[in-house]
Write a protein that binds this ligand. Structure first.
Ligand SMILES: CC(C)(COP(=O)(O)OP(=O)(O)OC[C@H]1O[C@@H](n2cnc3c(N)ncnc32)[C@H](O)[C@@H]1OP(=O)(O)O)[C@@H](O)C(=O)NCCC(=O)NCCS
Length: 300
């Protein structure tokens, strides 16, 4: 039976999430990291079809989903949030075919830059992306620390956090910071986060000046976090660590770009350990990654 490629429907998203989890765990087990992914309701994927419908694709054979690809676009940035092929069907050209279809999404929306975050230890994904014009830029590490350990070590200057709301004034502040640090507006993604009950957003103030923002999830995960000027990153990250510790989840985690020396230094000083090395790849350089911490490899 031949493989068909078709746009993903909402009804496919739970099945494709199971495929993604199986594919990640197969990969991380093979590389000695053990299983790392668990299933979650595909909330961000569900949100995407509303304005990024062209970015979701499945590969199917005899009613079985063998591959899933999902990209989103913000201004001229196209981002590949997920590309996963079922472990038993890898190496058959499915990933390449799905990638071609999501590239159409980039072309159609006029995006001039293409980016993604992949596993540093996956030679196949990196080879596939290099073949398709994306180059490695810098590592992004997932760091983790037990909350108890972090509580005993919290130190360093912090900003004043003020809860973010989905108001025109707050969205404008977020847009100004994103324009400086990423060069694109992510308004729709902020609206998504501000409506996510498992996530809290805070604007970070130095006196009366809004110098950045951070989100912290109920699971103790930090990100995205961004600052309007790179010298604010250290205090912003320390504030985020304190906010994450306050939540009470047993672990505090964050994705830290290798480009951000301040974030890496503070993570190590607070007892954080690298749990997963990842890599940013793109068709050209973009953003100031000394001032931005992504939420995860799919959200960026
Ligand atoms: C990465 C993944 C999506 C690729 O899909 P796939 O269907 O297995 O890949 P394809 O068969 O379409 O293409 C594989 C290509 O990778 C490249 N490749 C494979 N091994 C390589 C290596 N060691 N060095 C360089 N390039 C390599 C080749 O270009 C190869 O194509 P070719 O054999 O025609 O030359 C899939 O393997 C997967 O799901 N892996 C686990 C999860 C993952 O890492 N996903 C990416 C998240 S961003």
């Amino acid at each position: 039976m031949s493989i068909t490629y078709r746009p993903a429907r909402e009804a496919d998203l739970e099945r494709s999430d199971r495929l993604v989890v199986a594919s990640i765990n197969d990969l991380t087990r093979r590389h000695g990291f053990g299983p790392m992914a668990t299933s979650h309701p595909p909330a961000f994927q569900m949100f995407s079809p509303k304005d990024d419908a062209d970015g979701l694709w499945v590969a199917e054979e005899a009613d079985e989903i063998l591959g899933f690809a999902w990209s989103w676009v913000c201004c001229d940035l196209w981002f590949l949030a997920q590309l996963f092929v079922s472990p038993d069907h890898q190496g058959r050209g499915i990933g390449n075919e799905l990638l071609k279809r999501t590239f159409e999404h980039a072309k159609k929306s006029g995006a001039t830059n293409r980016a993604l975050i992949t596993f540093t230890f996956n030679t196949v994904s990196q080879g596939l992306y290099i073949r398709n014009g994306l180059s490695p830029r810098f590592p992004i590490y997932n760091f983790s620390v037990w909350r108890e350990l972090l509580m005993g070590r919290l130190q360093g200057p912090q900003f004043r956090p003020v809860s973010l709301e989905e108001t025109a004034a707050d969205l404008q502040k977020l847009a100004n910071i994103d324009a400086r640090v990423l060069g694109v507006s992510r308004e729709k993604h902020h609206r998504y986060l501000l409506n996510d009950r498992t996530t809290r957003g805070a604007a970070l103030y130095s006196g009366d000046e809004c110098v950045g923002y951070t989100y912290v999830s109920t699971g103790g995960h930090i990100g995205p976090l961004a600052v309007a000027r790179p010298d604010a990153l250290g205090s912003a990250f320390t504030t985020a660590l304190a906010l994450a510790a306050e939540i009470g989840s047993p672990r505090v985690t964050a994705f830290l770009p290798g480009a951000s020396e301040a974030a890496l230094r503070i993570a190590v000083e607070h007892g954080m350990r690298i749990t997963l090395p990842m890599l940013l790849m793109s068709t050209r350089d973009f953003g100031d990654w000394t001032g931005y911490l992504p939420r995860n490899p799919g959200f960026m």
